[in-house]
Design a protein. Sequence first.
Length: 87
Amino acid sequence: MRKQRIKVRICVGTACFVQGGADLLLYGDFLDPELLGECDIEGTSCLGGCKAESRDRKAPFVEINGTLHANVTPALLVELLREVAHA
């Protein structure tokens, strides 16, 4: 059975874009080709993470297979994608 592709949505709303979302859009620069080949990655105008009540949930936000992640850096994105790919 073929493994389902990983759906990644990177928020590029104003807050996320200026706090690192722009860097996350350069995902091809820091993902190994094998992992990159398993992902469908797109930028999106807003994921609504900024409206969360919790103060520890900060931009930039990324949604991976429907789960919202906060404070995502390029290194964290790679780690999260590796976890999902090997689950």
